[in-house]
Structure formats: C-alpha cells, structure tokens
Write a protein that binds this ligand. Structure first.
Ligand SMILES: [Zn+2]
Length: 192
C-alpha cells in the first residue's frame, strides 16, 4: 500500500499519466529523476541563457554540414508520408491562427532589421537621402541607381528584396533615396 502511495505521489508531482499496474518502481524513479533533472536544467538554462545559446551557435557552426544533411534526410522522409504531411499542415494552420499577431509582429521586426542593415550600408551609416539629405528613416527607400527598380520590386518585395541585397554582399548598384527623390527620379526617367 505504501508502495502504491509512493508511486502516486511521484506521478502526481510530475503530472505523468502512467498505468500503475505496468509500472515498476525503477521506471518511476527513473522518470522522476529525469523530470527533476529537466526542471533543474531549465532553471539553470534561464540563468545562463546566453552561455547556452552561444554554445549552441558554436556547435551549429562546427557541425553545420552534417546537421543540414540530417535535417534534409528527415524532411525527405516526412515529405513521402502523407499522414505526417497532413499532420504538419493541420498543426501549421492552427498555430498560425492562434499566433497571427505574434507572427506579423515578428515579420515586421525582421523586415525592419534587414531594411536598416541595407539602409545603413548604402548611406555609410548616415541614414539620409543620397540626393537631398532627408534623414527620416521612415521615408527612406532603396533605389536601383540605373533604373529597373520597379521591375526588381515587382519580383521581390520586403524581406526577400533586402535578403537578396545582403546575400549578394551589397552590390554597388543601389543607393538610398527619400520617397520624394524616388518619385522625382522616376518622373525624370519617365518611368511613370
Ligand atoms: Zn531626397
């Protein structure tokens, strides 16, 4: 009896759903220990988050190739399994619906981060229009110096456009203009 109470206490503490009949003390203690360790680790992780993130990043950098290959392998397996694919889709839809605002906010921050990187680069950290010196970042845009900007934009917008520039190591074919100068330039080149 005492034994059973013991088991119950343990699985109540850790919130485990277990079948007592098929569950021996060893397993219970083992799971209890694992759970305890996890809890302990979590607190420790929170305290030294930066250290762990740093370590994880370093690990990723040194094992990048094999990690990507393994992820690829997993993905190839999942792709061929219609049940798993349906599960993933259902999860994605419900996740997106639940976290709509959070996702939009994340995208906005990421887009702004990339945009600032690009603007800073092409203005040599001055954040101003190349023609008139206007310096309100809200109205600064990336301009294709020799035109073709509107076609470029049609294909790529926002994040994809900034990423393309960054991945190409900031090619010298762009400059930063304010909205006014952008429109004036377009008129001069009769792009309208
Ligand atoms: Zn300007």
């Amino acid at each position: 009896m005492g034994h059973a109470r013991n088991l119950q206490t343990i699985y109540k503490i850790y919130g485990l759903i277990v079948n007592v009949e098929n569950f021996n003390t060893y397993q219970c203690v083992f799971i209890g220990m694992v759970e305890k360790k996890k809890g302990h680790k979590h607190a420790e992780y929170q305290r030294n988050r930066e250290k762990y993130v740093d370590r994880r990043d370093k690990y990723y950098q040194t094992h990048k190739v094999e990690l990507i290959a393994k992820a690829h392998e997993r993905w190839e397996k999942i792709k061929k399994d219609p049940v798993l694919m349906a599960k993933r889709k259902a999860y994605r839809i419900s996740y997106n619906a639940k976290n709509h605002k959070k996702i939009l906010e994340k995208h906005r921050i990421e887009r702004e981060r990339l945009r600032m990187n690009v603007l800073l680069h092409y203005t040599q950290d001055m954040l101003q229009c190349a023609r008139c010196g206007f310096s309100d970042v809200r109205a600064l845009t990336v301009d294709h110096i020799n035109g073709g900007g509107s076609q470029d934009r049609k294909k790529l917008r926002g994040v994809a456009f900034y990423k393309k520039i960054i991945n190409a190591c900031y090619p010298p074919i762009y400059q930063v203009l304010c909205m006014n100068c952008q429109f004036i330039k377009a008129h001069e080149r009769e792009e309208f």
